[in-house]
Design a protein. Sequence first.
Length: 161
Amino acid sequence: MRLGFTIFMVSVLMFVSGCTTAITATKPFERGTQKGLNISQVSVKALPASGATITLVAALKSAVLQQLSVKGVVGSNAKLDILVANAVIVNSSDRAFIGALAGSNKLDVTATVKSQEDGKILAEFDVKGDYNPGGFGAFSNPEISTAESVAEALIAEIYKY
């Protein structure tokens, strides 16, 4: 009976997952600005000490562009500059062996929305992504899934009105 309970608890811990993305607007949009804002350019860079790989940077840019394409906003052109400040990604083999106990993937970025016309900063956001796919993370690319999670939350926040 004890062995069965132990196996059950280990299984639960292997597959427990969670995702939180905290976003703080350090410079919010002026009222209604984002309604007619067409973000047509995206750049993603990483601080040298951030721990971000080329794969993660490319995955974040791709995920942001994908989220923007779904929005289909027409209006004033803007640019989104993303700077990766911190990235900690648990590799798939660690995730496979110890599941949720391997810890969370973390992706912290600063996102700045600028007017393409004059370069004026329209808004700025600090994004702290914390993504733990549990044991299921062994079946996906952790950099891509973490980037997609952060991109989805960021674009939802930008177009929240």
